[in-house]
Write a protein that binds this ligand. Sequence first.
Ligand code: DP6
Length: 338
Amino acid sequence: MKPFKATAVSPANIAFIKYWGRKKGTLDEEVIPANSSISMNIDNCYTKTTVEFSPEYEEDEVWIKFFGKSYEKVSGSPLNRVLGQVNHFRELNNCALKVKIMSENSFPSDAGIAASASGFSALTLALVGAFEMKLSLKELSILTRLAGSGSACRSVIDGFAEWRKGHDSGSCYAVQLAPPEWWNLADLVTVVKNEKKEFSSLHGHALAHSSPFFNRRQHLLKKRIPLVRKAIKKRDFLALGELIEEEATEMHLIAMSSHPPIFYWNKGTLEVIHFLKEIRKDNLFVFFTIDAGPNVHIICQEKDMDKIDLEVKKLKNVLFTIKNKPCAGARLIEKHLF
Ligand code: DP6
């Protein structure tokens, strides 16, 4: 019997327009966002995943290896999340075989970059490959979205993507805005001391509607989303920079004003933000965006990244940085992890 085995590699992505809150009245498992979002794939933060279904396996097994660590067997709710997607594919393909999954992340687990976008997009494509399913990118994006980490559906697209909120599950998927080589941007992930317990994005999405500013933000996004699209299309760095800072601050404002509130920023976050404001005075144009954690994604032009990296590493609260460029989306590869 032919083995049902495949390996995929997929990047994390950084959101320029954030997904923060689901559409009212939709079920959690539908993963329909309140607003469309826009992102860029980042090349140095990726997950590689091999899946194999075989009659030789007596139980489902999932193993994960973070950068610099050894393989750990996954259990509890992370395992259930993975098996939720596996079961979806078993149903679609009428398969009762048990699975073994091994997954490796190229970035440290304490980098505060959600491994779920790269992880769930790599898992989904590996499952598609194992069952030799012929899918359009739209179908792949929808299946990835349904894995649970909505932002993962943007990682299957090459370069710059927009996840359109659509009006139902079939119209809610990501499309390409520009290929990776379109723009020499860089994302310098700046990892700062994390003193506060983090709340998952899942928690944040659920609480977002309790912020008194949630509806106002949705209203403002109607203008901001087309402006970000336009800035990418025109490679207008200053316009993009201003828009993404405004956007990141607003997403965090929603988190901070939810009931109960979520504060992701710490003193390191503010140290980096102030540092960026200072170096802009020297006409070095750099901007920030921040996902659901304290770490700062410094968005700059590729030519400036090394210079900024040297400076930012001197800050008291900066632990380490990861240099990233825009990249392609999820891919099947020949070399398996086992
Ligand atoms: C702040 O539900 O996709 O990163 O499970 O953490 O990947 P994870 O989150 P998901 O929410 C993403 C929230 C965000 C903004 C974004 O990427 O759009």
